[in-house]
Design a binder for this molecule. Sequence first.
Ligand SMILES: Nc1ncnc2c1ncn2[C@@H]1O[C@H](COP(=O)(O)OP(=O)(O)OP(=O)(O)O)[C@@H](O)[C@H]1O
Ligand SMILES: [Mg+2]
Length: 366
Amino acid sequence: MKPSANVEGEQTAVHFDAVTKRFDDVVALNAVTLGVGRSEFVTLLGPSGCGKTTLLKLAAGFLRPDGGSISIEGKRVNDIPTYQRGIGMMFQNYALFPHMSVAENVAYGLKTRRVPRVERDKRVADALALVKLKGMENRKPRQLSGGQQQRVALARALVINPTVLLLDEPFSALDKSLRTSMQVELREIQRKLGLTTIFVTHDQGEALSMSDRVAVMSEGRIRQLGSPVDVYRSPADPFVAGFVGDNNRLRGQLVSMQAKQATVALGDALVKVPGESLSGLEKSAAVDLFVRPEQFSIVAPEEPCAIKGSVVAQIYQGGHVDLQIECAGERLLVRSPGEQAILCWPMGAPVGIAIQADRCSAFPAA
Ligand SMILES: Nc1ncnc2c1ncn2[C@@H]1O[C@H](COP(=O)(O)OP(=O)(O)OP(=O)(O)O)[C@@H](O)[C@H]1O
Ligand SMILES: [Mg+2]
C-alpha cells in the first residue's frame, strides 16, 4: 500500500482511518480519522476523558480498535505488536526503573531488542547528550530533579530511533518554568531529528505553542484539525471556541447575510463575522458571538456603541492586565496590554467596552 498524502501533500506517517474504540458501553473513540505527516508535530488537545490517551494507545498497539484501521508508514498495523511498530513512547506516568541507573534505564529498550553492547553504549551516550544529561549516567532516578527524570524518559523513548514518537502529557508534573524550557527543548530535538510526533495535552497554551497542527477533541471525536492559528482564530464550532484560549460568549442578533460575511447586532454595535457558520439562519435569529479578551478595548462609557459596565476584578498578569467587567449581569473578560489598566480603570469604575470587530466568530445560539 502506498502511504497516503495529508493536507499539506506530504506523505502521511501515521493514519487513523475511522477508528472506533469502546470500553463496555463507553464509546471512547467514535470513527476518528486523522493523518499525521512525516516529521510533523501534531497535538491531541481536549478535556479529560475525551479519548486522547486511548488514541495514543491504539497507535502504540496497547489497545486494539473495535473498528477502522491504523497505518504507520503506509502499512496497516492493526495486527502488528507494539515492539514491531517502531514507536518511542512517554506516557502520563512515565515511571523510570528506580533500581537502575540513568544509563541502564535508557539502554533498556535496546537490550530487549538485542542491540550489541558497543552499539548500545554509543546510542545511550548519544541519547543522553541529546537531552543534556551527559555526566549523569550513573545516577539513580531518585538522585535527579523532576525535569532531569523527564529527560531520562525522553532519552529512553528516543534511543530506539523510533519512526513515531508518542508523548502523553509528558510535562504535566513540572512547574511552569521547567515545563516551558522542556517544551522548547523537545521541539528542538524533534525538529533536529525530523521525528513524526503525536503529543497529548489538555493544556491549550502548550498545544498552541508547540504544534504544527492541533486536533481538538471532545467526547471521542476530533472537532477540528488545523494549525494553532486556525483553531484559535477560526474555531469550527462553539466547543472549540470555548475550549481553545479565553473567549467571551455574547448573545447577538443576525442582521444581514452577504456572500461570505454576516453582520450581527450586539446592542447598538454591528459586528462582521464569517458567514459560513451562520448559513441558513433567518434574519433576526439569535446568535452566539465569541469575542477574545484581546479583541475588546476599554473606552469611555459614553462612547457610542460601547457596551456599558463596571470593573469588578483586576488580575495583574505581568505583561498584561485582565479586567472583569460586569455588564447587564454578565462578566466579560477584557485583556489590556501593559500595566496602565490597573490605574486607569480602578475597581468599580464605570467603563465602556468596544469590540475590534474583524476577528470574532459566531454560531447559531445554543
Ligand atoms: N481500560 C478502560 N476501561 C474502561 N474505560 C476506559 C478505559 N480506558 C479509558 N476508558 C474511558 O474511555 C474514555 C477516554 O479515556 P482516555 O484515557 O482516552 O481519556 P483522556 O482524554 O486521555 O483523558 P485525561 O486527560 O484525563 O488523561 C474515558 O471515558 C475513560 O473513562
Ligand atoms: Mg489521558
